[in-house]
Ligand binder design. Structure first.
Ligand code: SAH
Ligand code: SF4
Length: 354
């Protein structure tokens, strides 16, 4: 038993079948059992011959990860810690909204970038997640929710870590997640968020047919140097050029994320400068309320300040939404993910693969 199915693209699975002396269509069968029919074991693959099922049972490792904790917020948001083989855990969040359900996926365990308002940034980077570990987060949530009649319609790469620092695994995972015979999440339903790793954006734009979100948070280099330290390496002018070069492929706009921090980046002047800076880039603006965590060095802007900021940006003609915080009571909101270093260990266990 050695093969991890979820790390393979459909083409690679097809090659594997041929290597085993099987017909290529076997790959389509297995792929659709795992990703579309959400089978949790080889025994469920009833249109596959018994002998081939025996082989698959021998060769394949389990494709659904083990949840070491599961918490449900009062607003319906759910967070799981999923165990990796080496003891690392990934955090995965499900956000239900009317008419859609979004899975927020981690790309790294920890993060090397240390943005001071982000709890993940206080953790060291443990390692990049593998393609399989990224894919399995989506598969796990979809399988778990299907039993409750809930749907997964959107995927955002906005969990722990900087996806562009794990570009190869992320690119492969995106291909698997988008595959029309499997999880079939369309390109308009998939969004990658980056803190602005400018030197990887060109390659990402070529290989990834997804929506782009960029964590901006300030259009003043001095302020952004503090909030998003990678700005010291790739400043706002470089970020702007990279955003303009992103292939939008008719999909419209770059999403700019802007977390409003009391007295730091939330003045009316900040809003006006943001509007100026975005001129010429097809954009929409997501204003995020700051989600506090123990020891965080910032406080959220008042609702009044947020609404005033939104009004100024929206008056310039830009689509501007205030993204309401979800799952904050269970540490599942943006910037609260801490890789199980919070009180998760005491929460009820949930393990559908046991
Ligand atoms: N590393 C990537 C993706 C993960 S962070 C990035 O930085 O874009 C996902 C989003 O959550 C980013 O926009 C980030 O700025 C935001 N965020 C981080 N900490 C936050 C907090 N405490 N409150 C609100 N948003 C936060
Ligand atoms: Fe890393 Fe993004 Fe958090 Fe910054 S905001 S520390 S890049 S996860």
């Amino acid at each position: 038993m050695a093969l991890r199915l979820t790390g393979l693209t459909r083409e690679e699975l097809t090659e594997q079948m041929v290597q085993w002396g099987e017909k290529p269509y076997r790959a389509v069968q297995v792929w659709s059992w795992v990703y579309a029919k959400l089978a949790s074991s080889v025994e469920e693959m009833t249109d596959v011959s018994k002998t081939f099922r025996a082989r698959l049972t021998d060769e394949l490792t389990p494709w659904l990860p083990r949840a070491v904790s599961h918490r449900v917020s009062a607003d319906g948001t759910e967070k799981w810690l999923l165990a990796c083989d080496d003891g690392v855990v990934t955090e995965t969040v499900y956000i239900p909204e009317p008419g859609r359900g979004t899975v927020c996926v981690s790309s790294q365990a920890g993060c090397s970038l240390a943005c001071p308002f982000c709890r993940t940034g206080t953790l060291p980077l443990r390692r990049n997640l593998t393609t399989a570990e990224i894919v399995e987060q989506v598969l796990f949530v979809r399988s778990t929710l299907a039993t409750r009649g809930l749907r997964v319609t959107n995927v955002v790469l906005m969990g722990m870590g900087e996806p562009l620092y794990n570009l190869e695994a992320v690119t492969r995972a995106v291909r698997i997640i988008m595959d029309g015979n499997g999880l079939a999440i369309g390109c308009r339903k998939l969004t990658l968020s980056t803190s602005g790793v400018v030197n990887r954006m060109e390659e990402a734009g070529k290989n990834l047919n997804v929506n782009l979100a960029i964590s901006l948070h300030s259009v003043r280099d001095g302020v952004r140097d503090q909030l998003v330290p990678i700005n010291r390496k790739f400043n706002l002018a470089a970020l702007r050029r990279a955003a303009l070069a992103w292939p939008l492929r008719g999909r419209g706009r770059v999403t700019w994320e802007y977390v409003l921090l009391d007295g730091v980046n939330d003045s009316e002047q900040d809003a006006r400068e943001l509007v100026q800076w975005l001129k010429g880039i097809p954009s929409k603006v997501n204003l995020l309320g700051f989600n506090p965590w123990p020891g965080a060095p910032y406080t959220p802007s008042s609702r009044e300040t947020m609404l005033r900021f939104q009004e100024i940006v929206a008056n310039s003609g830009l689509v501007t939404i205030i993204r309401d915080s979800r799952g904050a009571d269970v540490g599942a909101a943006c910037g609260q993910l801490a890789g199980g270093t919070d009180s998760d260990a005491s929460s009820p266990e949930m393990n559908r693969n046991a």
